[in-house]
Design a protein around this ligand. Structure first.
Ligand code: ZN
Ligand code: ZN
Length: 332
């Protein structure tokens, strides 16, 4: 619980107990520690007693159509934050361990040197992931990378469409990695790249033809921007995670320093649980919207075909021609 909220919460508890058993002042550090352990044990009950897994989407289990991966720079951690390096309660339940990440990056860097080329596309202001030493020199953790399914649940299972904001840049790199490391080849072969529909608008025209999910068969109404709604909530934790330690907790100058990893893990698990609770209503609404959209699109298609004097059979040929022209333009 962040400092100001916790102070108010403790103050309220102390006021409520006024006149009853004297239990004030409440020790902030003990309270903080107790509430963290309580949260963790509730998670253990979910996993071990209720056999619930809040790290996967029940609707997508085994058949995840699309997953949108994105990074968030607001959830950083400052170098100047002090903390005791104790082990995390949750470990890698949701967030990969730093040691694993470093090992993985070293492996990729050993065969594929870091690219110095531009990480943007067209007029895009959305940059692909890269480490910018100057910009991040005051940061110990520069942010977080997450991905979520079409239902907005943070998940790490395999999917058919991998959505991204700068997919045109990422996919070329992913293919290079797959050619150098056969163990990653299935990931490229089994997934299809999908450029998010909103982000695609600022890419060059041929990217919009080649990568945008709008043209992909079986993608249905997938937006490819699902992670944004998760970040709309997660970004709020940035105001506290930047001051948190790597450790469990410590006291420095009477401030309580918490563990960023555990704080974010418990926030993600809570988010997923809340999403799962509302999933039935959400699925029903989506079905209704999809059925309406089918009719709207059908009518639009008929009007356009009549206006431009086209037959349905000609569309795949036209799309093929458009894709060829886009490929040529990309290569020049
Ligand atoms: Zn899902
Ligand atoms: Zn592009």
């Amino acid at each position: 619980m962040p400092g100001t909220s916790m102070n108010k919460f403790i103050e309220t508890l102390e006021t409520l107990s006024y006149g009853l058993k004297p239990c004030k002042p409440i020790n902030k550090i003990h309270f903080q520690n107790a509430s963290r352990y309580y949260e963790y044990f509730m998670h253990q009950i979910d996993v071990k007693v209720k056999l619930k897994d809040n790290t996967e989407c029940f609707s997508c289990k085994g058949i995840m159509l699309a997953s949108h991966s994105d990074r968030n720079f607001k959830l950083y951690r400052l170098h100047s934050t002090l903390g005791i390096n104790l082990s995390s309660l949750y470990g890698d339940v949701v967030i990969a361990l730093d040691t694993e990440m470093e090992k993985h990056m070293e492996l990729i860097d050993s065969k594929l040197p870091k690219s110095k080329s531009s990480e943007t596309c067209g007029d895009s202001i959305f940059k692909a992931a890269r480490s910018d030493a100057g910009k991040f020199k005051k940061l110990d953790e520069t942010g977080i990378m997450m991905r979520s399914c079409r239902h907005g649940i943070v998940d790490k299972a395999g999917c058919t469409f991998l959505c991204g904001d700068v997919m045109c840049r990422y996919w070329d790199w992913a293919q290079k990695v797959a050619s150098l490391f056969p163990e990653y080849k299935p990931m490229v072969d089994e997934m299809k790249p999908f450029l998010g529909r909103m982000h695609a608008k600022v890419h060059v025209w041929y990217c919009q033809i080649l990568w945008v999910g709008h043209w992909m068969p079986e993608a249905a109404l997938t937006l490819g921007e699902e992670q944004e709604q998760v970040f709309s909530k997660m970004s709020r934790y940035g105001s506290v995670t930047k001051h948190m330690g790597i450790a469990i907790f410590s006291t420095v100058n009477s401030f309580i320093i918490l563990d960023r990893r555990d704080h974010l893990t418990s926030a993600i698990l809570f988010w997923n649980e809340q999403k799962e609770k509302g999933i039935i209503n959400q699925l029903l609404k989506r079905k209704e919207r999809a059925l309406k959209q089918i009719q709207i699109s059908k009518n639009q298609l008929e009007t356009d075909m009549e206006k431009h004097k086209f037959e349905l059979l000609e569309f795949p040929i036209l799309l093929g021609e458009l894709r060829r022209a886009a490929e040529e333009c990309k290569c020049t």
